[in-house]
Design a protein around this ligand. Structure first.
Ligand SMILES: *[C@@H]1O[C@H](CO)[C@@H](O)[C@H](O)[C@H]1NC(C)=O
Ligand SMILES: *[C@@H]1O[C@H](CO)[C@@H](O)[C@H](O)[C@H]1NC(C)=O
Length: 541
């Protein structure tokens, strides 16, 4: 107490003696606070990250429109056999016409059927107009978010005196680069001028050249002029671009102009891509335990699951098995290298897949159903080999039924533009092409329930947990355009018999089928196709 009092009395003594100094410190402190408050250029105004059109994009769009719509008064002759192959962008919901009428012809050439999703979903909906409007709005939002200026058409006009890079210029957010490739090739005149305009960045020069005058260094518009063309071209080799608006992945459309001529190109803005690598140890041959985790989802059928685990252990005794389980009364599933995850009752099929896949730490994950059985033909090494040696992200195998029939379930998927009411989803049996060096393997868009994939790729796509009872193709619709998918017919897993006669079914199986194939499964699927994917129709074979 005494010390505090002594300190205070000394302080007041000093204050009386050095009043002026104290006041000066106080005033300058306040000034500093004010300065920091008002002088913070980025935080005070904020960065508008709503997607909207920049002035350059507007000019570019008009210019490209003019080029595309040029010469309207010159006649043309359509070549029907080629023109009919072009996308019409107005799909209609039509089933395929039957071409053969032979016995069993539908087995050899399964007919194409069409399913009017618009009708099926809206018919039972209490507010069809409301949901249509909502879907349209969400779609507009999605389009705005996914718009990328780097995808826009840019035509370099003929005889344009401007030389510039059309693509391939990249800068990291808020960093600086030299724009390679700028130049001017013009006939002799008294003075040469070019200007550059950006939206998300500024221009400058990394060096200056004599007899070139520069206006707007460090700004979004920069003009360079010189009486000598060679000097201007030399100067253009030093033009830099600095990104000033942070965005992790976008592009800045650049306008490059001289008298009477404009050119456009984009500078991509983005972080470097960080790889995702798995350290699986090095060995001469594929070490399946280090490379692969087997994932499955079980519901009610513990007897089948036990058979599956026993069959895996016969061939791969140390590979990790991840099991997602949403039974009402979970039973213990124990053993070495088994991870058993209990979920809330009835969470469902895709939720279980999501959970199982999320726990995988190896480079590859193998998906199996809980009623599959490994045999000597279930060679996981073959799947690893094709994934290691090609650009495939996912490869399916074949499933042999108890009847001896082997299925690969290969499909191709395409989406056709259908205008206001939604698009059309087309699924067909078949594949795109055979894979060179792997004669039993093909490339497709969807494969069977028995597949191996790069773990992080599958995790990126995910399994929509809204699909609770049935669903498989939905995963492949989600992965369209992001996964490269293959299918090999020589990696085979057995399917514990499914086509039982009703009177031989066990109680467990009856309970399972009642749950999985109950009619309520159909409705949420309609909603997913109609709303989430914005389809109006699905045609399928
Ligand atoms: C850039 O140059 C073009 C052609 O010389 C001209 O029309 C335009 O106004 C200039 N823009 C700026 C911002 O200087
Ligand atoms: C294979 O990988 C596992 C797990 O990483 C390891 O324990 C085992 O020793 C490896 N086997 C060989 C032959 O390298």
């Amino acid at each position: 107490m005494d010390t505090i009092l002594t300190f205070l009395s000394i302080f007041f003594q000093m204050y009386r003696n050095y009043k002026k100094v104290f006041r000066w410190i106080l005033v300058s402190g306040l000034l500093l606070v004010l300065l920091f408050h008002f002088w913070s250029p980025w935080t005070s105004s904020g960065v508008d990250i709503r997607s909207k059109w920049s002035p350059v994009q507007k000019v570019l769009s008009k210019k490209m429109g003019d080029i595309i719509r040029g010469y309207p008064d010159i006649n043309y002759h359509k070549k029907e056999e080629v023109a009919c192959r072009l996308a019409q962008n107005a799909c209609v919901c039509l089933a395929g016409e039957e071409t053969f009428h032979l016995p069993f012809s539908s087995l050899l050439f399964p007919p194409v059927w069409a399913y009017n999703l618009q009708y099926a979903f809206l018919e039972n909906h209490h507010d069809p107009e409301g949901i249509k409007h909502h879907r349209a709005q969400e779609y507009k939002n999605f389009q705005r978010r996914s718009y990328n200026p780097a995808d826009v058409l840019i035509v370099a006009e003929a005889n344009n005196p401007l030389q510039y890079p059309i693509q391939g210029v990249e800068v990291q957010p808020l960093k600086t680069i030299i724009i390679l490739g700028l130049g001017l090739k013009q006939e002799a005149r008294s003075s040469y001028t070019v200007n550059l305009t950006a939206t998300l960045g500024t221009f400058d020069v990394a060096a200056t050249v004599d007899r070139v005058s520069i206006k707007g260094e460090g700004e979004k518009d920069m003009t360079l002029s010189s009486p000598r063309l060679s000097a201007l071209n030399r100067q253009l080799q030093f033009v830099t671009y600095t990104n000033i608006v942070f965005h992790p992945k976008t592009a800045d459309p650049i306008q490059f102009a001289t008298d009477g001529h404009q050119a456009f190109f984009t500078i991509k803005v983005g972080h470097r891509k960080v790889p995702k690598l798995y350290n699986s140890g090095y060995s001469g041959s594929y070490n399946i335990t280090a490379l692969v985790t087997i994932a499955t989802k079980t519901f009610i059928r513990y007897d089948k699951l036990k058979d599956l685990i026993d069959s895996i252990r016969k061939y791969y005794p140390t590979v990790t098995i991840v099991i997602a389980d949403d039974n009402k009364h979970p039973q213990p599933v124990t053993g070495p290298h088994i991870e058993h995850y209990i979920m809330p009752f009835g969470k469902g099929w895709f939720a279980g897949r999501n959970l199982a896949v999320s726990q995988v730490t190896t480079k590859y994950v193998l998906w199996v159903d809980d009623d599959f059985m490994f045999t000597a033909n279930t060679k996981l090494e073959k799947m690893v080999d094709i994934l290691e040696k090609t650009t495939l992200d996912l490869v399916g195998g074949a499933v042999r039924e108890a009847t001896g029939y082997t299925a690969t379930f290969r499909h191709t998927i395409s989406v056709e533009d259908g205008g206001e009411e939604g698009d059309c989803l087309h699924m067909r049996l078949g594949y795109h092409h055979v894979i060179e060096g792997f004669p039993n393997c093909v490339v497709a868009d969807a494969v069977i329930n028995f597949f191996m994939a790069l773990t992080h790729k599958v995790q990126q796509v995910g399994f929509d947990p809204r699909l609770s009872r049935q669903g498989h193709l939905e995963f492949f619709i989600d992965s369209l355009g992001s996964l490269h998918i293959g299918s090999c017919s020589d990696v085979i897993v057995n399917h514990a018999s499914k086509i039982n006669l009703p009177w031989t079914k066990s109680d467990i199986q009856n309970a399972y089928e009642k749950f999985r194939y109950s009619s309520s499964g159909g409705h949420d699927s309609n909603e997913l196709f109609y709303f989430k994917y914005r389809f109006k129709c699905m045609t399928r074979q």
